[in-house]
Design a protein around this ligand. Sequence first.
Ligand SMILES: NC(=O)c1ccc[n+]([C@@H]2O[C@H](COP(=O)([O-])OP(=O)(O)OC[C@H]3O[C@@H](n4cnc5c(N)ncnc54)[C@H](O)[C@@H]3O)[C@@H](O)[C@H]2O)c1
Length: 394
Amino acid sequence: MKILILGGDGYLGWPTAMFFSNRGYDVTVVDNYFRRNACTELDVGMLYPVPTLVERAKIWHELTGNEIKVVIGDLTDPEVMRSLFTGIVEYSWALDRGFAGIPETVIHYAEQPSAPYSMINYKYANITIKNNLLVTNNLMFALRDFSRDTHVIHIGTMGEYGTPNIDIEEGWLEIEHKGRKDKFLFPRQASSLYHTTKVMDTDLMWFGVRMWGLGITDLMQGPVYGMETKDSVIDKQLRTLFNYDEIFGTILNRFIVQAVVDYPLTVYGKGGQTRGYLNINDTLQCIHMAEKTPAQKGELRIFNQIMETFSANDLADKVQRVGKKMGYDVKINHIENPRKEAEEHYYNPTYQGLIEIGVEPNYLTDEVLAGMLQVAEEYKSNIRKDVIFKGIKW
Ligand SMILES: NC(=O)c1ccc[n+]([C@@H]2O[C@H](COP(=O)([O-])OP(=O)(O)OC[C@H]3O[C@@H](n4cnc5c(N)ncnc54)[C@H](O)[C@@H]3O)[C@@H](O)[C@H]2O)c1
């Protein structure tokens, strides 16, 4: 089975590449280092240095004998995207530079993934809109023109739904209106421009499904935590990139690092903001199960990809409790909320679909938190307090 991973250098992309490579798939990854370049430009913090994508593919090959083919290219360029399906692709590293063949599955991660980044100012909002929509649209047209049988797995976000005062269904809602019924995409009301691009991605993909009969799974994912996966434990150089700053660090990842350097955990406002979360190992499981049971042609299948829900206060309390047991002086600081969001609200999403196709959740236990604190401790001397909170306002 051939798998193409768009955004293969990223926080989720690289662990996904190792996961499938270890299981006998023929894996190609594509990336243009957007994320790393943005981190350099904005001077944000990564917990430890990470070898380049080509270097990582070589280390992976030396340690496991498995090959991950690498393409360095910008997927907003339609010719780069199309080359991955026509065979005129330029590999930056591969044992055999011959065309890997049309992929059975494309995993699409290649987007600007940060809400605060998209809200810095009009420039970063435009970069986000342009980057995310062009990559998705280029993918839709490449599939239309060269491979309508390829299954796409896209990572959407639970943030597409916002925090409505009704239960959140898995993507779709049946509506009865004036005595007639129909099924529509669940109402979306994103709370950042980044999340708005994800809503638009879903619309572009739904268009591709209706017009060209494509088969797409859109996984509405919550914030992910963790840095180590079962495939990365063989060598520290294989650990995925890990941000702890306000722009690219997701909440729990940030809190873990803050705890280690006695930086009070920054809870925005009242801290009642409730979201669904998942362990990075569960992202891999979900993608694997979605790949094994593909969407039908002409189907946009949507799952809510979360394993449990917590408020910001719940997360802060957990990190404080486990941190204290390990000897850290963890304080919690409720600061003025830089975002426009409800700080107390109803939140009841459905998330059964992935369990039904075989995913077995890894929950956020004290042991998991302690493991993350231990890794952060290893790199304590790298941690820069000045990048943890900058206060990007909505
Ligand atoms: N990490 C999370 O908690 C989370 C939660 C919900 C949804 N998601 C979604 O999952 C996906 C992956 O997230 P992530 O955390 O791994 O982000 P990431 O930034 O680490 O990974 C995205 C990768 O795509 C690459 N990329 C971006 N634009 C590109 C382009 N034009 N051409 C080639 N490569 C490009 C980046 O360089 C990066 O390596 C994103 O779509 C994100 O919106 C992530």
